[in-house]
Structure formats: structure tokens, C-alpha cells
Design a protein around this ligand. Structure first.
Ligand code: PLP
Length: 436
């Protein structure tokens, strides 16, 4: 038995499924997950001393690579000043300014610790601001594990083939309308029926939790138009895409880096992952008029003992500072090159597939070449069984992919030629395994 297997077997007795977040358990690909002990640049190292090229990047945060020297230095310096003060610190304002300097739609920001908290607060705020109850979400979009948004939520629920979660009351579920993604007519229809009661539409800026799905031309702008026509809010969830798909996130890619060029402006946005560079930071931001409904200014309550934690802020500031426009250009190019290599390996092995892309985010879907994946129904209809053999072949050859076909692949600025050559060398055998 390897050291990793020993450690995972111990964890199995201590924690449900041996993990603290379900997808880490390899439920849909099978096998025992390697237990990781360190990470550096593009690599993860397991308990047996095996290195893997990491194409998960902590599910997004590690945009400048693991253990980036400037990030570690900032964190070490912050640790030396103390761990948590339970009071305001200069670092909170500094990170807020960095976010607002990149994303003009953010006029005020509230720091929280997880993406789930950010979306949960955004939904509460939208209800408090509009005085309405219903929220529209799209099937296959994941916004964290808040009760109201777990229906047809993609991510780990798709991986485990769950329609929703036990423990969510019918009353809560009834306040969420779940619509097909990329279908503006369905949104128009829902507003025609329930417009007076809809507080918000929440959407991933570009879905990446049913695999990656490209928002149809005009879809996000259409959501903005429909919500504002009906006095509802648009919550643009950039927890995954924010500061990853570009300097100003996915909204930036669609012209939203500055208000003057934006075809639409979300009322609220949520951030996570990259904003904390690997420490627990997330945030919600948006129109000052809406954000000022939050306590202590307004009547919508939200709080957090460790919100704006100084060490986490230091990691976020250093990460965003290191994530320069050049970093995004590099990741964009690496993503195009890698996805093309995956596609040609699959073509050579005769495996029908589509590369699903939104900016520099991509995933692979199997048996979907006809029209790609446009929504959750397409994602679930794919030949998902081809992914497990593909995944394990890559893992065997030292490449750590997301352990589910419903997740995006993540690159970082630290993925150099040596690391990528290892990935390219592993692809033909993995493609053959997927073909079997
Ligand atoms: N929103 C999106 C789009 C996400 O991808 C995620 C997590 O993957 C979340 C929200 C929840 O974030 P967290 O896992 O930090 O609670």
C-alpha cells in the first residue's frame, strides 16, 4: 500500500467520504485520490513524493502558480503582524481598491470567506432591496451550497448524479425557478408570469460547473435588459471566472472593463477563488445603491468573524498584483494550445468530442461534436463514461486533471514548457483509453 493510500484510508474513517469537499473523493472516476503534501509552481506532490502537473490549480485560485514567491512573502509578512484582529485593517481597503480598479461595475465591495457566502449574501441583498422573493437560476450553474440554489446545480451534484440536495425544504426550493441555460425566451416567459415576484436572476458569468459552456451571443446582456425592465437585479457570479478569464474577469472580456464600453452592467457581482490566491477570500460587490442596503448602513444583515482576515487579504493583494495583463495573455495562449492538443489526440484516437470554451477556460465533452454543450441537458447527455479512463491514464502519467467531466481545466502562469511537455506526452495514451 502506498503512503497516500494509507493516509486516505485513515481519512475515510474520520471524515465523510474521507474528504472535506465532495468532488475530491474521485466519486465519478473511481480509485483512491492521491493525498497531496505540497505544491509549487505548476506541480502538486503527493505523500509518496510523486509530482503531478496540476491542471486543477486548487479549482481556480492558483492563477500565478502554487507558492508564488511574492504571494508567500506577503503572507509571511502578514503572519508576523498577527493572525486576525476582529477590526478594520488597511489591507481590506487595498484589496477592495484593486478589485474596483479592474471591474468598474463594483462601486462597493463586501469581503466574505467563501464563494457560497458571497452568493448567499447577494441573493439575500437582492430580496431585501427589491422586497421580492423569487430567484431565477439556470440548470447546471453552481453558485455554492446555499439551500436555495442547489437545484440542478452542476459541479459535485452533477458528478454524483444528484438532482438537488436532501435537507432543502420544499418552501425554500419553491422560491427558486430553474430555467434552461442559454434560453432567453424561457427567461422572458418566467418574467411574464412572475415578474412582480422575481428579485433576481443569478447566473455564472460563463458556466464552468457543467463543464464549460459558452454564453450565447447576447445572452448575458439579455438577462441584464430583462431584469432591469422588470425591476429585478442581475447577479453575475464571477467566483470562478473573476480575475481568471481576464484582468477584469468574464465581464471584462465582454467589454465590461470600463463602464463606457460595457454592453451591460450587472447589479451585483460575486468573486472568490483568485481574489484570495489560495486563502479563504470571496466578495460581493456592485451598485452602491444596492450594496448600501447591507448592514451596518442598510437593513440586510451579513457578518463574519474572519471576513477580511489580514493574512487572506495579503494573499489576495499579492496574487492580484502578480496577475498582470501579461499573465492573462500567457494563460490564454497556453489554454488554446492545450485544448488543441487534447482535441487532436482525441481525433487521432477517433473519440467524438467537443472542446467547450469560454475565454481561457475550457473543458472536454464526449460524444458532443454535433453542436457542443449549450446547456445542462446537453452536458448530461454526453458520453461521460469516457472521462474516467482518460483521467486515470493522465494521472498515471503524472497529470492531475479535475476528477469529473463536469469541471473546467485550470492553467496558471507557472505552467512552463517542461510542465506542458509532460501533459502533451500523456495525451495520446489517455485518448486511446477514452476510445476503448
Ligand atoms: N460560484 C461559482 C461559479 C463557483 O464555481 C463556486 C465554487 O466552485 C462557488 C460559487 C462557491 O464557492 P465556494 O466553493 O468558495 O463556496
Amino acid at each position: 500500500m502506498t503512503r497516500s493510500e494509507e493516509l486516505f484510508n485513515r481519512a475515510l474513517k474520520l471524515m465523510p467520504g474521507g474528504v472535506n469537499s465532495p468532488v475530491r473523493a474521485f466519486g465519478s472516476v473511481g480509485g483512491t485520490p492521491p493525498v497531496m503534501v505540497s505544491a509549487s509552481g505548476p506541480y502538486l506532490t503527493d505523500a509518496d513524493g510523486r509530482d503531478y502537473v496540476d491542471l486543477v490549480c486548487s479549482w481556480g485560485p492558483a492563477i500565478v502558480g502554487h507558492a508564488h514567491p511574492a504571494v508567500l512573502e506577503a503572507v509571511h509578512a502578514a503572519v508576523d503582524r498577527g493572525l486576525s484582529f476582529g477590526a478594520s485593517t488597511p489591507a481590506e481597503a487595498e484589496l477592495a481598491e484593486l478589485v474596483m480598479g479592474r471591474v468598474a461595475a463594483v462601486e462597493r465591495l463586501r469581503m466574505v470567506s467563501t464563494g457560497t457566502e458571497a452568493t448567499m449574501t447577494a441573493v439575500r441583498l437582492a430580496r431585501g432591496f427589491t422586497g421580492r422573493n423569487l430567484v431565477i437560476k439556470f440548470a447546471g450553474c453552481y453558485h455554492g451550497h446555499l439551500d436555495g440554489l442547489l437545484a440542478s446545480a452542476g459541479s459535485g451534484l452533477a458528478t454524483l448524479a444528484l438532482p438537488g440536495s436532501a435537507g432543502v425544504t420544499e418552501a425554500t426550493a419553491a422560491e427558486t425557478l430553474v430555467l434552461p441555460y442559454n434560453d432567453l425566451a424561457a427567461v422572458e416567459e418566467a418574467f411574464a408570469k412572475h415578474g412582480q415576484d422575481i428579485a433576481a436572476v443569478i447566473t455564472e458569468a460563463a458556466p464552468a460547473n457543467m463543464g464549460v459552456v459558452t454564453p450565447a451571443e447576447g445572452f448575458n446582456a439579455g438577462l441584464s435588459r430583462i431584469t432591469s425592465e422588470h425591476g429585478a437585479l442581475l447577479i453575475f457570479d464571477e467566483v470562478l471566472t473573476g480575475f481568471r478569464t481576464g484582468y477584469a474577469g468574464y465581464w471584462g472580456l465582454t467589454g465590461g472593463a470600463a463602464q463606457s464600453t460595457a454592453p451591460f452592467t450587472p447589479d451585483l457581482m460575486t468573486f472568490g477563488k483568485v481574489i484570495g490566491g489560495g486563502l479563504p477570500v470571496a466578495a460581493l460587490g456592485g451598485r452602491a445603491e444596492v450594496m448600501d442596503y447591507l448592514a451596518p448602513v442598510g437593513p440586510v444583515y451579513q457578518a463574519g468573524t474572519l471576513s477580511g482576515n489580514p493574512i487572506a487579504m495579503a494573499a489576495g493583494i499579492a496574487t492580484l498584483t502578480a496577475a498582470t495583463p501579461d499573465v492573462y495573455a500567457q494563460i490564454d495562449a497556453a489554454s488554446l494550445e492545450l485544448s488543441a492538443a487534447v482535441s487532436s489526440a482525441l481525433d487521432a484516437a477517433g473519440v467524438d468530442h467537443s472542446i467547450q470554451r469560454a475565454g481561457n477556460l475550457f473543458s472536454v465533452a464526449f460524444g458532443t461534436s454535433e453542436h457542443g454543450v449549450r446547456n445542462y441537458e446537453d452536458a448530461q447527455g454526453q458520453q461521460a463514461y469516457r472521462y474516467a479512463p482518460f483521467f486515470h491514464s493522465m494521472l498515471n502519467d503524472g497529470v492531475y486533471l479535475p476528477p469529473s467531466v463536469f469541471e473546467a481545466w485550470f492553467l496558471s502562469a507557472a505552467h512552463d514548457t517542461r510542465a506542458m511537455d509532460k501533459v502533451y506526452a500523456a495525451l495520446p495514451a489517455a485518448a486511446e483509453a477514452a476510445a476503448a
